[in-house]
Design a protein. Structure first.
Length: 91
């Protein structure tokens, strides 16, 4: 699966999870980007520059685990273990 395909599929799944609970996730596309960026340990700009790159199996598996947690409405900051504030990470 390519980076672009993973982002597209994850965004759709997160949108679907929001409608099931009747509670919208604020931005499923951004959530997917942040989670994949974290899984790859690359900045989000990397995702757009390398959209056709194939994901390694272990990276893909880890990404889908993170998406699953987000689908259950767990906050992204809890999933990643940090929250950025004025370009400074807080754990």
């Amino acid at each position: 699966m390519t980076i672009f395909e993973a982002l597209t599929k994850a965004s759709e799944e997160l949108k679907g999870a929001a409608s099931v609970r009747r509670q919208a996730l604020q931005n499923p596309k951004l959530d997917a980007q942040v989670l994949l960026s974290h899984s790859l340990q690359k900045p989000t700009s990397y995702l757009f520059a390398h959209g056709e790159e194939l994901l390694k199996e272990e990276v893909e598996r880890g990404f889908w685990e993170l998406v699953s947690r987000r689908k259950s409405h767990e906050p992204v900051a809890y999933i990643l273990g940090e929250k950025e504030f004025f370009k400074r990470p807080f754990f």
